[in-house]
Structures are given as C-alpha cells and as structure tokens.
Design a protein around this ligand. Structure first.
Ligand code: NBP
Length: 472
C-alpha cells in the first residue's frame, strides 16, 4: 500500500462516500479512512471489487503513508471540532508541500486559523467549498477552493476532474482566493440557497392561499416557470414535489410538518453581512423565516390570541399567477444582488481579489442553486468587473423594470391578506432603499448626535467633515 494512492479521503459519511466514488470513477487511486473503522470496512467490502485503485487505511498514520507525494488529502468530516481533531492528528505526519483540503462547511475564520496552524510545517491548507449535496458529490459537485495559492496547481487536475461540468464541458471549479475565500463563497452560496427556497415557499403559500391552486396546478405552474428565466434546479424539484402523493392519495407535501431546520451557514452569512455593513435583509429574512417556522407550538398558541385579516385577495387567476412568476424573478434577482454585494464587500475588506464572474460560473452546475440565470450574472461581471450592484446591470435592470410592479402587488396583497411573505417584502424594501437619492438617515444621525454627540456630516459641506450641534 506504501505510496500507492493519488488521493486520501478522511471521513466516510454521506458526503465522503459519494465523493470517494466520484474520485474513483475519474481513475484516481484512492485511500480512505474513517474514525470509526466500520464505515471504511463496509465501503471497501461494497466497492473494493469494482475499484482496484481503492484501499482502506486503519489509522491516520496508514492513510498518510499510503499517499504519493506531495500528498493530497481531503477531509470530509463534520464541520467544527472534528476538523481540528483530524488536522491535529495529521499535521505531525505530513511533510512540506503536502495539501490538506477541508471539504466540509467550515467557517471561513476557522479555515484561516487552521491554515496558520499548517503553514509552519509547510503544509498547504485549502478551504474547499463543496456544493450539491450527496448527488453533487457523487456525480460532480460545484467546488470553491481557497487558501494558500501555492496549493492550486497541486490540486487543480484532481478538482477539475471531479467537479461538475457545464454543457460545453467547462469544470465548475475555480480558485476563489486566499485565506478563507473558498469557504466564504460557499457560505454565501448557502445563504442564496436559503433565499431562493424561501421565495419559492412564499410563492407556493400565495398560490395555495389566494390563487387557491390545486397541487396538480402548482406542479404545472412550476414546470412552466422552469422554462422561463426562472429555470433552475430548485424550481424543477419544486414541481416534482407537488406531484408526489401520500399513501392516501393526498399531496405528500401537505403531510410535512411546517417547521424548518437550519445548519448555520445561512446565519453565518447574515452575521458576515452585519459585520461588513453589507445590506442583506432578504438573505437574513430567509434564515429568520425558518426560525419563525420552528416556533410551531408558540405560533399555534398565538394564532388563538392575535387577530388579522382573513380574506383572500381576489383577482383574475392567470394574472395573479403571472404576477407571482414575475415577483419571484424580481425577488430572486435582489437576493443574488445582495449575495454578490456581500462577496464584493468581503473581497475588498480582506483583499481576496474575488472574480465575481468566476464565482457565478462555478455555480452554474453541480450545486443546489444551479441555473441558467448564473450565466447572466457572469456576463454582467464580465461586462463590468467593478459593477457596484447587479441591480444596475443593463440586463437585470430591464428584467426588474418588467417585474417590480408585480413584486409590489404581490407583497402588498400578502400584507393586506395577512399572509407572511418576509422575503418578498424585504426584496421590495431593498430595491427602494438602493434606488433612493434620499433616505431618512439624516434623522438617525441627528438623534445619534443629540444623545451621544456622535457628530454628523452636512449636505452643504464636503464629505468627511464632522459637525456637532446642541439639539435641545
Ligand atoms: P457529517 O457532517 O455527518 O460528519 C460525519 C463524519 O465526521 C463521519 O465520518 C464522522 O466519523 C466524522 N467525525 C466526527 Br462526527 N467527529 C470526528 C472527529 N472528532 N474526528 C474525526 N472524524 C470525525 O458528514 P456529512 O453529512 O458527510 O458532511 C461532511 C461535511 O460536508 C460537513 O461539513 C457538512 O456540513 C458538509 N456538507 C454536507 C452536505 C450534505 O448534503 N450532507 C452538503 C455540502 C456540504 P464517525 O463515522 O467516526 O462518526
């Protein structure tokens, strides 16, 4: 087994197992290791015969000894302490020039801390964003590597080989940047995924409650929307979900408890947006909407106490469905605009030099937010790499001109009829805020100066000059 393997994989839960098969299918010799030996034993028993290039290590020492140098070792363990424990175990065994890639959903700051731990040994630590769930890992994920740039040439052939490919054969992987850039981009991907899903859920709620569409109709509506600018993996699988019936013939989705979970990356993105001062209310609302849904028992109690409108809005059905399609498209553009604005802020703050066109291209296939729409985002950043916000790109501005009136109607109808649509509402608020030449922040500044002598700038003086007044 000595030095026989091209790649090592540490961690054989759902993602690790699927990634292992993907790596083997691309012709790499792979050595696998898992903390509990049963998982690795089972994996070898199941797949050893089909893949002669597969071997199993019984310890971290054996895993490291099995790898050709410079070693390429992917960690696919639970994000958090497990990554630290695995890295501390491996570091003393590794040599200068070896590369460790953390394929989990780690926080970008943890990645930077770990890279600093690995650097004195000459070991390159790469934060590798992996998207697409188990299906992506198996058939080709979207990959977002970042960290020590010296590692890129060493891992590029492997990552390009296992990544998802576009229709024209381009691999959905690109070097994101130094430090925690790869994991930060993956975190923003997840925040956009949360927003995409919440907007779809709000459209479903309104189709159900005020268009009173049947599940069969909703399946058709989403399948039709999937042929428009909304064409995407998530819209496609939404149509599928409406077509699945429970044993009693009722739509299965209605049997699912309305209490959503979250694993943390969406919340991290909202925290990063707050930290960097990058307005991302829609992305944050998508996380809070899950948190609110999880208060199921409290909501049940409050529904008996708090009043609100009951009447469903009326209107012509087809016109309302088309309004919902346009509202979904406009709000989706705004969600992506907030996500890319956050990436731009982070890149400027930490000097990552993120190529936003390249980020959009990497998400075109393999990941959960994959869609044709991302090609348009890439084009926008190719046209103008310094674009301040996607909303002002000519292509997206034209779509927003067509769709914003519908988004306003949908958000207003939702509010009037008492249907919570926080993401649609946040989308309108961001759009209007971003296009305002004047916001009431002058009063905020005056109040801050009144109670805390924070100072303020004046409209009739150059920026940067601070004034203080007696407001009493
Ligand atoms: P899990 O996140 O469920 O982690 C299980 C793996 O971590 C097992 O191999 C387990 O070993 C190992 N592990 C743990 Br727990 N503690 C350990 C420790 N102290 N030392 C060494 N190994 C330890 O696996 P997953 O769902 O395959 O996800 C892997 C990573 O990929 C996570 O960061 C996840 O967030 C990310 N991710 C997941 C998805 C998805 O769809 N599931 C998508 C994208 C990214 P054991 O067998 O001995 O317990």
């Amino acid at each position: 087994m000595e030095h026989a393997s091209d790649v090592g994989l540490y961690g054989l839960a759902v993602m690790g197992r699927n990634l292992a098969l993907n790596i083997l299918d691309r012709g790499f010799r792979l050595c696998v290791y898992n903390r509990s030996p049963e998982r690795a034993e089972e994996f070898l028993a199941e797949h050893g015969a089909a893949y002669p290039g597969l071997c199993r290590a019984a310890s971290a020492e054996e895993l490291v000894a099995a790898l050709a140098r410079p070693r390429r070792l992917i960690l696919m363990v639970k994000a958090g302490e497990a990554v630290d424990e695995a890295l501390l175990q491996l570091l003393p065994l590794l040599a200068p020039g070896d590369v460790v890639l953390d394929g989990g959903n780690s926080h970008h700051r943890d990645t930077e801390r770990r890279a600093a731990l690995a650097a004195p040994r000459g070991v390159h630590f790469v934060g590798l964003g992996v998207s697409g769930g188990e299906e992506g890992a198996r058939n080709g994920p979207s990959l977002m590597p970042g960290g020590d740039p010296a590692a890129w040439p060493l891992v590029r052939p492997l990552l390009e080989s296992i990544a998802a490919k576009t229709a024209s054969g381009e691999p959905c992987v690109a070097w994101m940047g130094p430090g925690g850039a790869g994991h930060f981009v993956k975190m923003v991907h997840n925040a956009i995924e949360y927003a995409d899903m919440e907007l779809i859920a709000e459209a479903y709620q309104l189709l159900r409650s005020y268009v009173r569409a049947s599940h069969d109709e909703m399946r058709t509506v989403f399948a039709e929307w999937n042929k428009t600018e909304l064409a995407s993996y998530l819209v496609g699988i939404t149509a599928d979900v409406f077509g699945v019936m429970d044993e009693d013939g009722e739509p299965l989705v209605e049997k699912v408890l309305d209490s959503a979970a979250q694993k943390g990356t969406g919340a991290w993105a909202a925290e990063a947006a707050l930290e960097l001062g990058s307005p991302a209310g829609l992305l944050a609302e998508a996380v809070f909407a899950r948190d609110l849904s999880a208060l199921k028992d409290e909501r049940m109690g409050a529904s008996a106490v708090l009043g609100g409108p009951k009447a469903a809005p009326t209107g012509e059905r087809q016109a309302m469905i088309e309004d919902l399609r346009r509202a979904l498209l406009a709000a989706k553009i705004i969600a992506y605009a907030q996500g890319f604005q956050l990436l731009r802020r982070a890149s400027a703050e930490w000097r990552w030099g993120l190529d936003l066109a390249s980020v959009a291209l990497v998400w075109r296939e393999g990941c959960i937010i994959r869609s044709a729409f991302l090609e348009r985002i890439a084009e926008a950043y190719r046209r103008e790499p310094g674009l301040p916000n996607l909303l002002v790109d000519a292509y997206f501005k034209a779509l927003l001109d067509q769709c914003m009136p519908a988004l306003r109607r949908v958000a207003a109808r939702a509010i009037e009829s008492g249907a919570p649509a926080p993401a649609f509402s946040a989308a309108v608020a961001f759009y209007d805020g971003y296009r305002s030449t004047w916001l009431p922040a002058n009063l905020l500044q005056a109040l801050r100066d009144r109670f805390g002598a924070h100072g303020y700038e004046r409209v009739d003086r150059p920026r940067g000059e601070s004034f203080h007044s007696e407001w009493k």
